[in-house]
Design a protein around this ligand. Structure first.
Ligand code: HEC
Length: 148
């Protein structure tokens, strides 16, 4: 009886972990996409202000840059092992070159932090340059590690 019970318990635990990992991969994908869509939202507004498509508002710009610098630290945790299948545009190459991928994330974090600091100054040209630099870090990773 005890053996039967332990056997059942082991089976339940096995099924439990199997289901949990499929679910957590899906959740991890949504989590990282959520973080990136927050970044895309605010970067869109920032670019519009620079291009003059939206009035430049220093306070609003700085608020968005601060959000970007905070959120830039969010996606990494969502890139759990081999999560390149399902509703994701992440390329399998991420996991083959993970340290390079992490280095690119770090470049984005540094550029976003720099933009946030610059946006608090009155130096509009420096702020603009910092925004362009940040945009380049997005593109360099997407070109290599994101499917179209
Ligand atoms: C180190 C690599 C890397 C950097 C840097 C990066 N991204 Fe991405 N981004 C990705 C990957 C990979 C995906 C695909 C995520 C997925 O579907 O699993 C993605 C997806 C996105 C998406 C789509 C999210 C969705 O809803 O599916 C947006 C928007 C986005 N990134 C914006 C940005 C912006 C803006 C920046 C720069 C400020 C940036 N990304 C920097 C790798 C990066």
């Amino acid at each position: 009886m005890k053996r039967f019970f332990l056997g059942c318990l082991a089976l339940v635990m096995l099924i439990g972990t199997g289901v949990a990992s499929a679910q957590s991969i899906e959740k991890a994908i949504k989590y990282r996409q959520g973080a990136f869509s927050v970044m895309g939202w605010h970067f869109g507004a920032i670019v519009d202000m620079i291009k003059g498509k939206r009035p430049f508002d220093r306070e609003d710009f700085a608020r968005r840059a601060k959000i970007m610098s905070d959120v830039s630290f969010i996606p990494l945790e969502g890139f759990v092992a081999n999560s390149f299948e399902g509703s994701t545009k992440s390329k399998v190459e991420i996991w083959a070159n993970f340290s390079d991928f992490e280095a690119k994330l770090k470049q984005m974090q540094e550029a976003a932090t720099h933009l946030s600091t610059a946006s608090l100054s009155d130096d509009y040209d420096a702020t603009k340059r910092a925004a362009i630099k940040l945009g380049k870090t997005c593109k360099s990773c997407h070109d290599e590690y994101r499917n179209k």
